[in-house]
Design a protein around this ligand. Structure first.
Ligand code: ADP
Length: 303
């Protein structure tokens, strides 16, 4: 991966999602956390993918970037060939509303509304007519085996039932992509199986592409493919071009990794120059040479 000569356009045509060099650095004051260190992967249309990894490995961060809920520090996320990392706030909302459904561990439902009203709500916001929304909400709830629970409010439902209602809410506007983050995190084994079976059914019946994040390897097995993430990198994947990443430190300075310095034959401190060809990175002598030739020019014009 991370091969500069790869045909990204062709890869984007064959995949629903293409992720390249994705990196996320969180900053709090002078403290930095590198949550994603430059990762690459693809998701096929109608695929059911699990992303598994220990707590703190960057799973939720990745899901937020896929759903355009946050911006990466570097890298691209192509959805149907469009780079969602470049969307402005308004277009991000449109992308989320039209293409993506989200299910989180908790907090997906409005407490005061019945299951039926919860599922109808996103359709109402998207401008679907009352009757069409009602019909679709009932169908979705039936598909999830909740036909006898439609008038119940979240506090009258079990954890598993609430999560199945939440899945219906996420599917209300017929998203092509469903992003699920630890949806079974607080459920017992039996209820977990029920919810995961429901996700599998959605994947096959509605042809929804699903990306399910979990720290539980057993839950991950419900998917057709499992991607393992650890310390912000996909396991077994190395960044062959750099071997390491270029970090920006808390003062906004770029820290060039040793591997790049050796490859490029540069010292720890470098000169960056904006040219018509792009950004040039050069050794310090460039600057000295430049200064020298500038003072030569000045002398030439003076004489
Ligand atoms: P996971 O979902 O695998 O548990 P996360 O993506 O939530 O991992 O977090 C990855 C790393 O980024 C962790 O070290 C976490 O503390 C840090 N992190 C996540 N969100 C933020 C944030 N908003 N601000 C600062 N650090 C964050």
């Amino acid at each position: 991966m991370n091969n500069m000569s790869e045909n990204l356009e062709q890869i984007a045509k064959e995949n629903k999602i293409v992720v390249r060099d994705l990196m996320k650095v969180y900053r709090r004051g002078t403290k930095e956390v590198i949550a994603l260190r430059g990762i690459d992967f693809e998701v096929k249309p109608r695929e059911f993918l699990s992303i598994v990894g220990p707590s703190g490995s960057g799973k939720s961060t990745l899901l937020k970037l896929l759903g355009a809920l946050d911006k990466p520090t570097a890298g691209v996320v192509l959805y149907d060939g469009h780079n969602v990392t470049l969307l402005d706030d308004f277009r991000s909302i449109i992308y989320r509303r039209r293409q993506v459904g989200f299910v989180w561990q908790t907090g997906n439902l409005v407490p005061g509304l019945s299951a039926l009203k919860n599922v109808k709500l996103p359709m109402k916001l998207a401008g679907t007519s009352g009757q069409a929304a009602d019909e679709r909400a009932r169908t979705l709830l039936e598909t999830m085996g909740l036909e006898n629970r439609i008038q119940h409010k979240p506090h009258q439902l079990s954890g598993g039932e609430n999560q199945r209602v939440a899945i219906c809410v996420a599917l209300a506007n017929k998203p092509e992509l469903l992003l699920a983050d630890e949806v079974t995190g607080e459920l017992d084994t039996e209820t977990t199986e029920m919810v995961m079976e429901a996700l599998k059914r959605i994947n096959t019946d509605f042809e929804t592409t699903i990306i399910n994040v979990t720290h539980n390897p057993r839950v991950a097995q419900y998917a057709s493919r499992v991607l393992r993430i650890r310390d912000g990198l996909i396991e077994g994947q190395r960044h062959v071009l750099y071997g390491d990443i270029t970090e920006i430190d808390a003062k906004g300075r770029m820290v060039i990794p040793e591997t790049v310095r050796r490859l490029a034959g540069i010292e720890k401190r470098v000169v960056l120059k904006v040219t018509a060809q792009g950004l040039l990175v050069g050794p310090l002598e460039y600057e000295e040479q430049e200064q020298h030739s500038r003072s030569q020019d000045d002398q030439d014009t003076e004489t």
